[in-house]
Write a protein that binds this ligand. Structure first.
Ligand code: PMT
Length: 396
């Protein structure tokens, strides 16, 4: 699976850097073309000579080559890569990646890379457990990076705990599994909705919800990775799509999302409605900020928004697949099945706010998929990237 793949191996300054030599050897043996980028402190632990001898390429570390003045283009490297693996990733490099501190060649390349990024943390147990490190790791996950969890055991400090870099064999296994998923959506066009909608009350206020867009964006990344051409109609979110095959159309209100979706739907093979669309919008929007008056409490009259999924369900033609989501708080199964029927969906993905770790804002989700033919599939709590994979597998 790794044969001919372009892989950037990023090495940062930790004692586990010695394992990266073995990792590099395994990648080369598997047929990958590997470009090593090492941070200045990484070179304190392992020499570029060893790495360039094994990779067959000069090791990149600085922005310029000291001898020739040649500029190393982080942009070109980022675009060349099919995957980037940072192993070991120290607490400091993880923090820089999470916050965009581009003060060395590796982090600059990471910020330019379009390819999937795998991060194998390695550090002392308390550094790993520290809320700062954990928050940074969560942030990196929320940007779609893959974290290869460290294992527990004796650390360089001789303390015992979680912080040992995953073994090179297991990192190669993860990469192989990632590339093993074929391009089974090649040639397919997909429409995915994500995020919340904002229904404007006045220039400073809106009716919205807690959707972060993480689930919808994870679906878009997974579909694009498997070869689909994805149009992602997104409500206001703080995340960015990474894969070049994803075209993002930003909208704010349910009406705007509806207009885009009905236009795009006739041309797609598969549509997944993951957005948390507001069911109601204020009937009138004030052009000026509504003032706080003494006795006069404003009453906002609401009107129904169009139901996008139901409208697409009516437009659906033979061969098109339409999948919805149901976010429920009670009578979950009945409500989800009812929505699937009413909206003429081929399947519906149920997530319940009664499962902690599922639904809005989290990096994880727990779903059950109901199919129009009466079948159902239940899944464990997983990262939203893994849930996206399950959903796409189920659709296929
Ligand atoms: O964005 P995250 O923070 O990662 O959270 C993910 C999520 C919880 C938003 C997502 O997993 C999810 O459940 N999305 C659907 C939320 C929702 O609005 O569910 P619903 O049961 O109210 O709607 C049912 C279906 O109809 C959904 O496919 C929805 O997109 C669609 N709908 C709803 C109302 C409307 N006016 N038009 C619609 O198309």
């Amino acid at each position: 699976m790794l044969k001919g793949k372009h892989i950037i191996l990023g090495i940062t300054g930790g004692i586990a850097a010695y394992k990266s030599v073995y990792l590099l050897r395994l990648l080369i043996k598997a047929g990958a073309e590997v470009q090593v980028i090492i941070t200045p402190s990484g070179k304190e632990f392992i020499t570029p000579v060893t790495l360039s001898a094994l990779s067959g390429k000069p090791v990149v570390s600085e922005f310029f080559s000291a001898n020739t003045g040649e500029w190393h283009s982080h942009v070109d490297l980022g675009l060349w890569a099919d995957a980037m693996v940072i192993a070991p990733a120290t607490a400091s490099s993880i923090a820089k990646m999470a916050h965009g501190v581009a003060d060395n060649m590796l982090i600059t390349t990471y910020l330019s890379a379009k390819a999937p990024v795998f991060i194998a943390p390695a550090m002392d147990l308390d550094m790993f457990a520290h809320p700062t490190t954990q928050n940074n790791i969560e942030l990196l996950k929320s940007y779609g990076n893959h974290i290869i969890e460290p294992t527990s055991g004796e650390l360089a400090s001789h303390l015992v705990g979680k912080g040992r870099m995953a073994e090179p064999e297991s990192i190669v296994e993860k990469l192989t599994a990632f590339f093993a998923t074929g391009k089974d959506l090649q040639g397919k066009k997909m429409l995915i909705t994500a995020g919340p909608t904002y229904e404007k009350i006045d220039p400073v206020r809106f009716i919205g919800n807690y959707s972060s867009g993480k689930m919808g964006y994870a679906l878009a990344e997974e579909a694009a990775r498997r070869g689909a051409q994805v149009t992602l109609v997104s409500g206001p979110v703080a995340i960015k799509a990474k894969h070049p095959a994803i075209k993002v159309i930003d909208v704010e209100s349910a009406k705007q999302m509806y207009d885009k979706c009905v236009n795009i739907f006739p041309d797609v093979d598969i549509a997944i409605m993951c957005a948390a669309v507001a069911d109601y919008a204020p009937e009138k929007q004030s052009d000026v900020k509504i003032k706080r008056e003494k006795d006069d409490i404003p009453v906002i009259k609401l009107v129904k928004n169009p139901d996008i999924a139901a409208s697409l369900g009516k437009m659906k033609t033979e061969g098109q697949i339409l999948v919805g989501f149901a976010l429920e708080t009670n009578n979950e199964e009945t409500n989800a099945q009812d929505k699937m029927q009413r909206k003429n969906l081929d399947a519906i993905v149920l997530n319940s706010l009664n499962d902690s770790g599922a639904g809005f804002g989290t990096d994880t989700n727990k779903v059950t998929i109901f199919f129009a033919d009466g079948n159902k599939k239940m899944y464990d709590m997983k990262s939203k990237a893994e849930v996206a994979k399950d959903i796409i597998d189920a659709i296929i």
